[in-house]
Design a protein around this ligand. Structure first.
Ligand code: SAM
Length: 377
């Protein structure tokens, strides 16, 4: 979808959308609470925010009402009609006719970039271009936050014939808009490849007080997945971790095979927490390779050498607490986990964080190779 085409679609709908958006039920009871939950730490006068696909400026106004100075807010949108309404609603903020994939902002000048129900209007090329621009314009450690339509609400999102295609959908304000069918896994994958780490996110539930406002609307939004939100952090050191780029995050449907892998990953962390040689021998295949800090340290080959390494643990780890989540699967079906671990090493507290790639032997259902990248925090 070209920007002039989508701009024209929203120009034609600007007034209808504005009438609807003003007291938009989903904004009031799903999206706005998500902003308050996930990014309220940015409700400060000096936060520099970019709102991509700002429409008539609902989100910009929200930030101003919560203390951000209007001059620190920029909204961009390809629809001049929507921008005109945004300028009226939030004087002092900068509203610029531009697009997600080509906006022009000083590098490393923004604390926060947000998109509210915009991602589904971007195809994959536009998404990639936007993420590359967001990465450049965010300050180190800056945050990208999105709220969008939850693809789980439609089985079509997972239909291989429909994935990565456009469709027209009916809007709650009585029009049609183009919608790009993208799996959530593909979205997360793109974010990871562009150097963003998900720090929080979830499918959103409608706020309970919405029931008092309008039972019919409440039941509509309560009856099916409707919106999802996630907060991502720009990771300056991401480029140091080459394996991160080949991760593919699958959709949310778990296959029995993935469950076996997830159990092995879980058992590995249990073994680590307990420093259990017995668990280690149950989950690694006899010819397993254990590769910590590839290129910096010689990989251990074979179960016996892994056990010996654990037995003579070089850092005498005690009081270990690990935390991990599986971030995805690479095309070779390996499982990737992100982890952090706190422990006592040589009588001093230490914290490490990084990534582990688990390659599983499909026949024995054991770990064949473990590669671990980490750094001390
Ligand atoms: C559903 S509206 C949401 C508007 C606003 N974020 C809100 O929450 O009220 C989607 C907006 O995305 C904008 N949009 C669509 N394609 C875009 C693109 N390539 N770049 C920037 N904005 C785009 C549309 O013009 C429209 O204003």
């Amino acid at each position: 979808m070209t920007n002039s085409a989508i701009g024209e679609i929203y120009n034609q709908q600007a007034d209808t959308y504005a009438g609807y958006a003003e007291n938009r039920f989903a904004w009031q009871y799903l999206e706005q609470p998500a902003f308050d939950h996930y990014v309220s730490d940015f409700y400060k006068s000096n936060t520099h925010v970019l709102d991509i696909g700002c429409g008539n400026g609902l989100v910009a106004r929200h930030f101003v009402e919560r203390g951000v100075l209007p001059q620190n807010i920029m909204g961009i949108d390809p629809s001049s009609g929507q921008l005109a309404l945004a300028r009226q609603a939030t004087p002092g903020a900068n509203f610029v006719e531009s697009s997600a994939e080509s906006f022009d902002v000083e590098p490393e000048s923004l604390d926060l970039v947000v998109t509210n129900t915009v991602l589904h209007h971007l195809d994959n090329d536009q998404l990639e271009a936007m993420l590359a621009r967001i990465y450049v314009t965010l300050k180190p450690g800056g945050v990208y936050f999105f709220v969008d339509i939850d693809p789980d609400q439609s089985a079509e999102s997972f239909d291989p014939k429909r994935v990565n295609t456009w469709k027209d959908v009916a809007t709650p304000w009585g029009t049609q808009v183009p919608f790009f069918n993208r799996q959530p896994g593909a979205l997360l994958d793109a974010l990871n490849r562009h150097g963003f780490d998900m720090v929080a996110g979830a499918p959103l539930s409608i706020a309970p007080e919405a029931l008092l406002e309008d039972q019919v609307q409440y039941e509509h939004y309560d009856s099916r997945p409707s919106r999802m939100a996630a907060r991502f952090q720009k990771i300056p050191t991401m480029k140091k971790i080459p394996r991160y780029y080949d991760v593919h995050i699958p959709n949310l449907i778990q296959s029995p095979e993935e469950e076996i892998k997830a159990t092995l990953v879980d058992d590995y962390f249990k073994a680590w927490n307990k420093q259990s040689l017995q668990l280690i021998s149950q989950i690694f295949s006899t010819d397993a390779i254990y590769d910590e800090k590839p290129g910096e340290r010689e990989a251990l080959r074979g179960l016996e050498s892994i056990q010996q390494y654990w037995q003579e643990n070089p850092v005498a780890q005690q009081n270990i607490r690990t935390d991990y989540h599986i971030i995805g699967h690479s095309p070779d079906k390996a499982v990737w986990a992100r982890f952090s671990a706190a422990f006592i090493a040589r009588n001093k507290p230490d914290v490490v964080q990084g990534y582990i790639k688990f390659e599983i032997d499909a026949t024995t259902k054991k770990i064949r190779r473990l590669t671990e990248w980490f750094e001390h925090v």
